[in-house]
Design a protein around this ligand. Structure first.
Ligand code: HEC
Ligand code: HEC
Length: 321
């Protein structure tokens, strides 16, 4: 890029002065914060660097900056240096859409859910596992990741006020902010029903057959008759960023967040936020039948080694948030 020449610079400076003069002449109200020397300008009061962190999240930020920001980005926006080469892309944590949870559709995950992903990784993606990271560090980094999500939800709402109601950042902070933060955080953790993953019936021929019937009614359009992810609508699916996304091919045996029956059951019960994969309605029994049918589609020679026991879905229902 050619560097700016001196005459161009002079012109820019002159235009800047002119704009300031015009603004002053038009009698524009001065920034209220500028009048009160005690109040820092809004931009210095609102931003990730000012977001309050508890002790665990503050420790987690150090771990995050060392191990995660290269992919997930310095502010968790999914835009680290490596991101452009990855498919699927690293998650933008500030968007608040987490796929792998024990919490109901649309909600944020528990800290235990995030720590579980860190421990076990996500098969078929660049998200590696961190089995040797001490458990305390995994919990800390998970707490920080969830703070990023909370900040992101609040930030989106602040921006919404600024755009839709034509407010300045200062006005939003003065007039809306104190109510907005608790409202948003409450909404993100609204529901308290526990996701039960106990009492799995036997995976026998009868259960698989009942699962097949449910699958044909509810899943074929996306996942296809043989479960290869090639149903009639599979090529038109898009995620929340409007990027194309394919349904999972069950025959490969690669389930991103684990192929233990409990893992698959949880994915059905909660859905994958931000993707067309919906939370499936039905009784626990029906979801187990579906789980069994899906697992029966894995080709025999592709059956993965079972995960280490500690990577099986944790029954984190009710775990500390
Ligand atoms: C080499 C790149 C890379 C690194 C390093 C990395 N991630 Fe990821 N991560 C990804 C990708 C890619 C995905 C998305 C996978 C998908 O869409 O299924 C992801 C997804 C996740 C998710 C899943 C969120 C959800 O939707 O439920 C969590 C949580 C996560 N990463 C946390 C971390 C943490 C914490 C660290 C650091 C300890 C980390 N990641 C390091 C690439 C990376
Ligand atoms: C509207 C399309 C659509 C429908 C209907 C649908 N799915 Fe999905 N499903 C998807 C997409 C897309 C993904 C992949 C999401 C991703 O890559 O993050 C997916 C992923 C999955 C996964 C993978 C979880 C993992 O850990 O990898 C399972 C299991 C699953 N679907 C089961 C089902 C079952 C069972 C039904 C029917 C009750 C169903 N799906 C209905 C689109 C759909």
């Amino acid at each position: 890029m050619p560097s700016t020449t001196r005459p161009q610079l002079a012109l820019v400076v002159a235009l800047g002065c002119l704009a300031a003069l015009i603004a002053a002449a038009a009698g524009r109200a001065p920034d209220p914060a500028a009048e009160d020397p005690a109040a820092p300008p809004a931009s210095e009061r609102f931003g990730l660097q000012h977001w309050p962190l508890d002790d665990a999240a503050a420790r987690g930020r150090v771990v995050y900056e060392e191990k995660c920001s290269g992919c997930h980005g310095p502010e968790g926006l999914g835009n680290g240096d490596a991101a452009a080469w990855l498919d699927p892309r690293p998650r933008n944590f500030q968007a608040g859409r987490f796929k792998f949870r024990t919490t109901p559709s649309g909600e944020l995950p528990t800290i235990a859910d995030i720590a579980h992903v860190v421990r076990c990784g996500l098969s078929g993606s660049a998200m590696r596992s961190f089995p040797l990271m001490p458990e305390s560090a995994r919990n800390d980094v998970a707490a920080y990741v969830r703070s990023l999500a909370e900040f992101g939800l609040v930030r989106a709402e602040v921006e919404y006020f600024m755009e839709e109601d034509d407010m300045t950042l200062q006005e939003v902070l003065d007039e809306e902010y104190d109510e907005l933060v608790p409202d948003i955080l409450e909404g993100a953790y609204e529901s308290v029903w526990p996701v039960s993953v106990e009492q799995r019936p036997e995976m026998d021929a009868d259960s698989i057959e009942q699962g097949r019937v449910l699958y044909e009614a509810q899943c074929v359009a996306c996942h296809g008759a043989t479960g290869r992810g090639d149903g009639s609508s599979s090529y038109h699916l898009r995620d929340w960023k409007d990027a194309p996304i394919l349904p999972r091919d069950f025959t490969t045996g690669i389930f991103r967040a684990g192929s233990a029956p409990k893992d698959v059951f949880l994915r059905l019960r909660t859905g994958l936020n931000g993707t067309p994969m919906p939370a499936v309605y039905g009784s626990d029994e029906e979801l187990w039948h579906l789980t069994h049918f899906i697992l029966s589609l894995i080709e025999d020679d592709l059956r993965a080694e079972p995960h280490p026991v500690s990577c099986d879905a944790h029954a984190a229902a009710g775990a500390a948030r």
